[in-house]
Design a protein around this ligand. Structure first.
Ligand code: HEC
Length: 205
C-alpha cells in the first residue's frame, strides 16, 4: 500500500469515529418490565430526562444491554458510519472503496440482527413476567429460587430442560412424586408461554 493511500484510509477511519456517538444510560431497581421503555433513564445523554423510547425517537439505537437483577445498562449509539463514505478523496481506488462500503453494510446488518434479538428477548421476558407472576410464583418463588416439594429451583434450568419437564407433566410421563398440581399448570401453559417464562427468569439474574 502506498503511503498516500494509507493516510487517506486513516482519515476515513477518523471521520467514521466522529460520526458515530456512543452513550451509556442505566436504570437501577426497576421491577416492572412493562414500563421499562417509558421511564427516564439515568446517566449519559439520557440524563434522568429521556426514556428509551425518547432516545430511539431522536435517532439512538440500542447497541447492547446488560441486565443484572433489576438493574439495566444500555449502550446506545447514534449516527451513521456510512456518511464517511461521502468521500471526495480520490486516493482510494474504487475497488477499495466498494470493499469498505460492503464491509460496513455487513456490519450494519449484523448490528440490526443483534438489536432485533435483544428486543425479542425483552419482549419475551415482558410476556413471561405476567405469566410467571400469575401462575408460578406462588410456589416457585419471586425469582424461581424456591424448591417446592422435590422440585429444583427452576431458575437453574436451561430452556431445553424446562420445556422438556413441562411437556413431561403435560403428558403424565414425568414425576418427582407429586406431579398432580404441576400437571394442571403444565396443561394450561403453551410451549411459547414456557419460553417466555424462561426468558423472564433469565432476566432476573
Ligand atoms: C401449586 C404450586 C405450583 C405451581 C403454581 C407451579 N408449580 Fe411447578 N412444581 C411444583 C411442585 C410441587 C413440583 C414438583 C412436582 C413433582 O413432584 O414432580 C414442581 C415442579 C416443577 C418443575 C420441574 C422441576 C424439577 O425439579 O424437575 C418445573 C419445570 C416447574 N415446576 C415449572 C413450573 C412453571 C413454569 C409453573 C407456572 C406455569 C409452575 N411450575 C407452577 C409446584 C408448583
Amino acid at each position: 500500500m502506498n503511503s498516500l493511500l494509507k493516510i487517506s484510509l486513516s482519515t476515513l477511519a477518523l471521520s467514521t469515529l466522529t460520526f458515530a456517538q456512543t452513550t451509556m444510560c442505566f436504570k437501577e431497581n426497576h421491577t416492572n418490565l412493562m414500563t421499562l421503555e417509558k421511564v427516564a433513564l439515568d446517566g449519559g445523554e439520557c440524563n434522568s430526562q429521556y426514556s428509551l423510547t425518547d432516545m430511539k425517537n431522536s435517532g439512538w439505537r440500542v447497541d447492547d444491554i446488560k441486565i443484572n437483577n433489576n438493574n439495566y445498562i444500555y449502550i446506545l449509539k447514534k449516527g451513521t458510519t456510512s456518511t464517511a463514505f461521502v468521500n471526495t478523496n480520490t486516493n482510494i481506488s474504487q475497488e477499495e472503496l466498494e470493499k469498505r462500503v460492503l464491509a460496513k453494510l455487513e456490519a450494519k446488518q449484523a448490528q440490526e440482527k443483534k438489536e432485533k434479538e435483544i428486543e425479542e428477548k425483552i419482549m419475551k421476558a415482558q410476556r413471561g413476567q405476567e405469566l410467571y407472576e400469575n401462575k408460578c410464583q406462588s410456589c416457585h418463588g419471586k425469582k424461581g429460587e424456591l424448591e417446592p416439594g422435590l422440585s429444583v429451583a427452576i431458575n437453574t434450568l436451561s430452556e431445553e430442560d424446562i420445556l422438556e419437564l413441562m411437556d413431561g407433566y403435560k403428558r403424565g410421563t414425568y414425576s418427582k412424586g407429586n406431579p398432580y398440581q404441576m400437571r394442571a399448570y403444565a396443561t394450561t401453559t403453551t410451549e411459547e408461554d414456557t419460553i417466555n417464562i424462561f426468558n423472564y427468569l433469565q432476566s432476573l439474574k
